[in-house]
Ligand binder design. Structure first.
Ligand SMILES: [Zn+2]
Length: 412
């Protein structure tokens, strides 16, 4: 080999290397755009006191988010709201408490540092009953939302969606489990900040076909991720004849809160590493997604369980809808449950959701169920401001429709 050909080989290798470097840089940029935080904004947990107006704000409770309070004029305040991590999407979540020395009306302006306003502000005195604010005025290209609110010495909660901390979800779960000895709770991992990741099983050793439920990867998505999930779960572990029959034929493995750090931190979208968990179902770079992967994979590999169906609960500004398999995957799935669910739900058409198909190479949870196990799966999306009674009724309808469909498909 001559020196020239050595040089040629070298320069060709160099070109290939440069091309590979460029490729990996561009895929890195893509991954960063999808997943990785470029900036963090932690909130200071504090009470913000304004003696001149006798007005107080607090973001000390879990699940709240408030970054700064500025007095603009007498009884007019601006709350600055920042996302914990950017880049993010428009999940403009805020939550705080406020109270005053005397009863009066004050003007509040929510000012977002990333993205625009999204959620109708809601207030509550007991964190159970919530009411939407009326008379919202948008300004500065929808990055500022202004409204009046009556304040008093009684602390008022004000939030983008109903506040649900990790403890709230676990308290609900423990109360539900108290009357149901067949439910077994197991810690299957730790979140980034060291919280237990709980899985609840309704399981029999001889039963192999299984349903997996996953809730609240995205913290502010309370309508679907908390309300719809809870109603759905109460139905499938309930006392109806259908539910009892269902549990003789299927195991139910449930992850009631996959992002406890995000729930407690008031995060817009991410886990405590700044990753969007529902974009991590190919890389499995985060402990929360790995906990589900490892648990489900072990159940299948070591105990011979068969994953038949998966549901992942979310909320969208243009929900409600169900993300279902695309046509090709629907044809290739092990079962044909989704078409029957749709048919069953038609019995109550007014509260049926729409159905949408997506590309299925994306790193979403429901795609992992299909791509890894050939299992049908849906992303269950509620709407931001959907009437909570409709959310509850719809979740019950879909739980019943799914149980019927899975039973009839198994009998086929
Ligand atoms: Zn979501």
């Amino acid at each position: 080999m001559t020196i020239r050909s050595h040089l040629n080989v070298f320069s060709r290798l160099f070109s290939i290397g440069a091309a590979m470097l460029l490729l990996s840089l561009s895929s890195l940029a893509y991954a960063q755009k999808l997943d990785q935080p470029q900036k963090q904004t932690q909130q200071q947990r504090d009470v913000y006191s304004f003696a001149q107006d006798g007005l107080y704000f607090s973001n000390q409770a879990k699940g709240t988010r408030l970054n700064k309070v500025t007095r603009l004029a007498q009884d007019h305040y601006q709350m600055t709201i920042s996302s914990a991590f950017v880049p993010t999407n428009t999940s403009s979540f805020f939550a705080f408490q406020l109270w005053s020395l005397t009863s009066k009306k004050v003007k509040l302006s929510l000012k977002y540092t990333e993205h625009k306003h999204r959620y109708v502000p809601k207030f509550s005195v007991d964190r159970r009953q919530w009411q939407p604010i009326s008379g919202l005025i948008m300004s500065e290209g929808d990055t500022v939302a202004t409204f009046d609110v009556d304040v008093s010495p009684t602390k008022l909660w004000l939030a983008a969606q109903e506040i649900e901390s990790a403890q709230d979800t676990y308290d609900w779960l423990d109360a539900l489990m108290a009357g149901k000895p067949f439910l077994k709770k197991q810690a299957v991992g730790k979140s980034v900040q060291g919280q237990d990741l709980w899985m609840v099983a309704a399981e029999q050793e001889k039963v192999k076909p299984s349903l997996v439920l996953i809730a609240r990867q995205h913290p502010p998505e309370i309508p679907g991720g908390t309300f719809a999930f809870k109603a759905f779960y109460e139905e499938v572990v309930g006392n109806s004849e259908l539910a009892q029959l269902f549990r003789t034929a299927f195991n139910i493995y449930t992850f009631p809160l996959l992002n406890p750090d995000g729930a407690d931190g008031g995060f817009w979208r991410h886990n405590a590493n700044g990753f969007d968990l529902n974009r991590d179902w190919q890389a499995f770079s985060q402990p929360e997604t790995r906990a589900v992967r490892d648990f489900v994979t072990q159940k299948v590999a070591k105990e011979g369980k068969q994953l038949v169906f998966g549901v992942d609960f979310h909320t969208s500004f243009n929900g409600p809808y169900l993300l279902i398999l695309n046509e090709q995957n629907e044809a290739n799935a092990n079962t044909a449950i989704i078409p029957q669910v749709i048919k069953n739900a038609q019995q109550n058409a007014p509260i049926m959701a729409q159905y949408r198909r997506r590309e299925q190479n994306l790193p979403y949870c429901y795609n992992w169920f299909f791509n890894e196990f050939g299992a049908e799966a849906v992303t269950y999306e509620e709407g931001d401001e959907t009437d909570r009674r409709v959310i509850y009724a719809r979740a019950k309808l879909y739980a019943q429709s799914l149980m019927k469909a899975m039973l009839s498909e198994q009998a086929r």
